[in-house]
Design a protein around this ligand. Structure first.
Ligand SMILES: NC(=O)c1ccc[n+]([C@@H]2O[C@H](COP(=O)([O-])OP(=O)(O)OC[C@H]3O[C@@H](n4cnc5c(N)ncnc54)[C@H](O)[C@@H]3O)[C@@H](O)[C@H]2O)c1
Length: 250
């Protein structure tokens, strides 16, 4: 087992990439705290893990709310006695609008969840990691953290910020044996991209805009997060690992 007995917090664990990763880490022996704003679906992730013989618990938290995130990390530490892995993954998309059209409230919401949520996850988990033997943090960015795309202003900005914040945290906590990496998924088949499917012509292009000419699956992202969470990645920190089927290369 590749992450046996490690305690892992997974935000956005109710759906898509977070759910697949919670299941994969549990298969490899980790104890999982599944966190999300969607309680019903989060509890379903937990019961799927438990049914397969794993250990998991649900904790509702909005990653953009500091008190929620503080309580998430504190209760995880109280319950399991350590925090070894944090997957800061919860995220939302934005409406397809130009930056001159997008409402400031929507900008705030997207940046608060996708970027501030990552900052809060690290801020409140790292003190517990420092008390233990260190840990591994994985932050979800995107190919859109590197390349621009029309009508993706807040998302582009937030995901770009995740990459540089990841480097910053890797430098600040490396000597404490805390590794911090990001992942950059391409187009992965999860509910977050459902609205892209509405325009058949556009979707035909977007869904194949990579070297492998297909969509990614959440399980394919989960395998990369598992590697970064595990001790196999012991000399990997500050990096952003693309999981995009060659989408950036395309
Ligand atoms: N699917 C893709 O193509 C793709 C590509 C690149 C990056 N990403 C990123 O991957 C991450 C996971 O997305 P996904 O594709 O699995 O989508 P998803 O919609 O299936 O999952 C996102 C989860 O985040 C939760 N969430 C939303 N706001 C939250 C909040 N404030 N606090 C806590 N939880 C919240 C949702 O309830 C949901 O369960 C996101 O950060 C997303 O930006 C996805």
């Amino acid at each position: 087992m590749r992450v046996k007995d490690k305690v892992a917090v997974v935000t956005g664990g109710s759906s898509g990439i977070g759910r697949a990763t919670a299941l994969r880490l549990a298969e490899e022996g980790a104890k999982i705290v599944v966190s999300d704003v969607n309680e019903e679906a989060g509890k379903a992730t937990v019961s799927d893990i438990v049914q397969k013989g794993g250990e998991a618990h649900f904790h509702k938290a909005d990653v953009s709310n500091e008190e929620d995130v503080k309580a998430l990390m504190a209760t995880t530490f109280e319950r399991y006695g350590s925090i070894d892995v944090v997957f800061n993954n919860a995220g939302v998309g934005n409406q397809q609008l130009k930056i001159t059209e997008i409402e400031t409230d929507e900008w705030d919401q997207v940046v608060n969840i996708n970027l501030k949520g990552v900052y809060l996850g690290m801020k409140h988990a790292i003190p517990y990691m420092e008390k233990g033997n260190g840990g591994s943090i994985i932050n979800t960015s995107s190919v859109l953290g590197i390349k621009g795309m029309r009508y993706q202003g807040p998302y582009n900005a937030a995901k770009g910020g995740v990459i540089t914040l990841t480097k910053n945290a890797a430098l600040e906590f490396g000597t404490k044996n805390i590794r911090v990496n990001a992942i950059g998924p391409g187009v992965i088949d999860t509910p977050i991209i459902n609205n892209w499917k509405e325009d058949e012509w556009k979707w035909g292009i977007i869904s194949k805009a990579n070297a492998l000419r297909r969509l990614g699956k959440p399980e394919e992202v989960a395998n990369v997060v598992l590697f970064l969470a595990s001790d196999e990645a012991s000399f990997v920190t500050g990096s952003t690992m693309m999981v995009d089927g060659g989408g950036l290369t395309y």
